[in-house]
Structure formats: C-alpha cells, structure tokens
Design a protein around this ligand. Sequence first.
Ligand code: HEC
Length: 142
Amino acid sequence: LISTITDMKKIVFRGLLLFAIVALIAVAMQSSSDRSIQDDPWFVPEKFVSMDNPISGQIELGKEMYTVHCKSCHGKEGLGDGPKAAQLDTEPGDFTDENFQKQSDGTLFYKIWIGKDDMLGFDKKLSQTETWAVINYIRKFE
Ligand code: HEC
C-alpha cells in the first residue's frame, strides 16, 4: 500500500510539472502576439527625414488617394478606426494626434512609401506626387 501511495504521489507531481510547463509556454506565446506590445518601432533613415515636400496643396488629389487607399484602415478622419483596423496586428495610429503631426513630411513619406508590417509600402500603387498630395491631405486632420 505504501508503495502505491508514493507511486501516486509521483504521478500527481509529474502531472503538475507538465501542467506548469504547458502553462508557461502558453503565457510566453500569448505575450509575444500581444498587439499592445510594440517592440518593433519605426526606423526612418535620415535622408528621408530631411526630405522636402516638393508639392504644396493638391488637397483634392490627396483626398481622392486617401479615400481609395487609406481610409479602410485609417478611417475617414484619420483616427485609425477604419473598417479593416480591427483585423490588424498593430494599431494604425491617430493622425489627429499632436505627436503624429510633429513628424516631418519626409518621415511620413518614408512610412507611406516604404511601410512596415501591416502598413504595406505604397511605392507600387502611388506616384511620388500622389504620396506628397496624401501627406498634404493628412495635415488637415487635427
Ligand atoms: C491595411 C491597413 C492599412 C492601410 C490600407 C494603410 N495603412 Fe497606414 N498604417 C497601418 C498600420 C497598421 C500602421 C501602424 C504600423 C506600425 O506602427 O507598425 C500604419 C501606419 C501609418 C503611418 C505612420 C503612423 C505614425 O504613427 O507615425 C502613416 C503616415 C500611414 N500609415 C499612412 C497611410 C497612408 C497615407 C495610407 C494610404 C496611402 C495608408 N497608411 C494605408 C495600416 C494601414
């Protein structure tokens, strides 16, 4: 009888150990896929940051491009609440935010043209003129 009890203790102990390992793995996987953890910040090369916007105005063109290509994620008013936003791994950001608007036109150009993760680069879809026009339009979100 005594040996059966110690055997049972061993089995229970192993079961607990296995459970603890599985739980740890689950927690580790959960946190690595957590959308609130932004461990992958933008890196914008200096030559883009200091790039000048060669276009002023063209707001109508910018609005048209924004409506076709950007609104689905970034939302009508740039709040990041477009219909597609909920399915993304990362938040699209808020274009009315002061810190967003502080970025240079060249920085925004890089982010739109080259992109990162869910924000796919638009180098194949927009001409440079269209991209600068979109930036001028985004400047209207306040
Ligand atoms: C499929 C959804 C999607 C579409 C379409 C999309 N974006 Fe984005 N965008 C994102 C996401 C998600 C991010 C945040 C990426 C990150 O921080 O990793 C982002 C980030 C950005 C940023 C940087 C925001 C910041 O905080 O600095 C800019 C600028 C931007 N998008 C502009 C545009 C423009 C302009 C278009 C259209 C030409 C567009 N996006 C189309 C999903 C999208």
